[in-house]
Design a protein around this ligand. Structure first.
Ligand SMILES: [Zn+2]
Ligand SMILES: [Zn+2]
Length: 320
């Protein structure tokens, strides 16, 4: 079968690999779509020893069984199911998990082996091309916002960065009755897109001059993080989502004399999946606008280059 390899410096090659062999209680999933993610840029730059790709939608291949052909998403952490975190429902935080597409082969390939417990059934009314949004774009952002809702009530919110996680946050906030939602994004195309989704676009200076009970930081940059801590209101919540570079923030007098909650979230627990499907259903036409390009394996390198230049919002690899 054909699989992608990241060679470093943005180069991708397609190699012929052995067909995946399912281990105990694993199945083969034929990949129909795997969404590109900002977190892929680091392995793309460095090179990666195995097949990356972690926002995977496909079909179970198990001829002759009732599972064959089932439409599924793949939950990234191969959680153990019986540790303290898993028993508390925090499958996203299982310390024994490997991550599909990171520590074991992922979805930039025609197929992969997946533990059965990582299969998420996709309802018939969710189109193939939108299904991957239920993972990082909706799952991760909704979990971060739910954590914040332990502290702050729905109201005005600021989203910093209008990449896939920032735009996902915007649409999830709207579906959860937050508003007005403001967005800070230097790329004019992405800012205009956020405005088309009913966000009010602010410059960094304008955002700094106001205070928001909730700030979502999805830029992955120190400037964005510094802005988040400046713009979060007293006793408000600043939520940091997505991949980021090394943190280095200077403490200012304004930060020193402030009480605020800083929330970091990485991925969502399995039990939130059903509620996340409802968020997608509530705002399906808007979410559909995020998926703006597809390519097959041979077009993956070009698609990544376009994504890196900010020309694509949430592109998909469709291997066959
Ligand atoms: Zn991702
Ligand atoms: Zn566990």
């Amino acid at each position: 079968m054909r699989s992608a390899r990241f060679l470093g410096e943005g180069r991708i090659t397609i190699v012929e690999t052995e067909a995946p062999v399912p281990g105990p209680d694993e199945v083969i999933v034929d990949v129909a779509a795997c969404a590109l993610c900002g977190s892929d840029f680091r392995p793309l730059r460095q090179g990666w020893p195995l097949t990356p790709g972690h926002e995977i939608f496909g079909h179970v291949r198990a001829p002759g069984t009732g599972e064959h052909g089932k439409r599924v998403l793949v939950y990234i952490p191969t959680f153990c199911g019986h540790c303290t975190q898993c028993e508390a429902g925090r499958t996203n935080l299982c310390p024994h998990a490997e991550l599909l597409g990171w520590q074991r082969p992922g979805g930039y390939a025609q197929s992969l082996a997946v533990p059965r417990r990582c299969l998420l059934a996709v309802p018939d009314d969710i189109p193939d091309r939108l299904a991957p949004l239920l993972l990082d774009v909706i799952g991760t952002t909704a979990h971060g916002i739910r954590l914040a809702e332990r502290i702050v009530q729905p109201g005005a919110a600021l989203v910093i960065g209008a990449g896939p996680i920032g735009l996902g946050s915007l649409l999830v906030l709207q579906a959860l009755n937050w508003g007005p939602v403001f967005v800070c994004e230097p790329n004019p195309k992405r800012a205009a897109f956020a405005a088309s989704l009913n966000a009010t676009v602010l410059s960094a200076e304008q955002a700094e001059a106001r205070q928001f009970p909730l700030v979502i930081e999805a830029s992955g940059k120190d400037a964005g993080r510094a802005l988040a801590l400046t713009a979060v209101a007293q006793e408000g919540a600043a939520v940091q989502l997505g991949e980021s570079d090394q943190w280095s923030i200077t403490e200012t007098r304004a930060l020193r004399r402030k009480d605020y909650f800083l929330i970091r979230s990485f991925y969502f627990p399995l039990h939130e999946y059903a509620a996340n499907i409802e968020l997608l259903r509530a705002n399906m036409a808007q979410f559909a606008k995020l998926v703006d390009a597809t390519a097959d394996l041979d077009g993956l390198e070009t698609l990544f280059a376009e994504f890196a230049r900010g020309e694509r919002l949430k592109p998909l690899l469709c291997p066959v």
